[in-house]
Design a protein around this ligand. Structure first.
Ligand SMILES: [Mg+2]
Length: 178
């Protein structure tokens, strides 16, 4: 089994980074495009962070990341980080260094897979762990195995009280079906 692990919303606290960048810590983030609730247009939201390599590099890992990595590495020590970068060199670069900082380099091949059409990498023995409903839907439609990571902005929102319990159960069931 090969595992493809998403960054933002799964391992990487993109939302907190955005709250810091836009100096808004009050508004709860419960949905996609939450920044409209902050009174920002899409352009205003991205303008501040798109071209800031430090923004991407300095995003904090979620508290559950270590526990998640233990589970991922039990199945695939050579897992990949599949993330859809913004189309700026700064974002590609910042994420590159983030992956290196937290996940290291394996063999000659960097784990970092920056690519938006994730489903092109799907296959029957390939698991995607991602927080976006549409990414999981597309991955499964392309023949892959999806694990939707619970977040307030996806259909697994009711599993947020114990995200890792949900993920462990999903992975256990997937392994059992091999
Ligand atoms: Mg994500």
């Amino acid at each position: 089994m090969k595992i493809y692990l998403d960054m933002d919303g799964v391992t990487t606290n993109f939302v907190l980074g955005c709250q810091k960048a836009h100096e808004d810590f009050e508004s709860p983030v419960q949905k996609w495009e939450y920044y409209h609730d902050w009174g920002l247009t899409t352009a205003q939201f991205w303008e501040k962070i798109d071209s800031d390599v430090e923004f991407w590099y300095n995003l904090e890992p979620y508290t559950w990341m270590e526990e998640l990595l233990i589970e991922v590495e039990k199945i695939d020590p050579d897992f990949r980080v599949l993330t859809s970068p913004r189309n700026t060199p700064q974002c590609y670069t910042g994420k590159h260094y983030w992956v290196e900082k937290y996940f290291g380099i394996t063999n000659q091949c960097h784990r970092y897979c920056p690519y938006g059409k994730k489903e092109e990498l799907a296959g029957p023995d390939r698991i995607l762990i991602d927080d976006a409903d549409h990414n999981i839907d597309d991955w499964e439609a392309a023949g892959g195995i999806g694990v939707l990571f619970p977040q307030p902005w996806n259909i697994c929102k009711d599993k947020c009280s114990d995200r890792m319990k949900w993920v462990k159960t999903r992975l256990f069931n997937i392994e059992g079906q091999e």
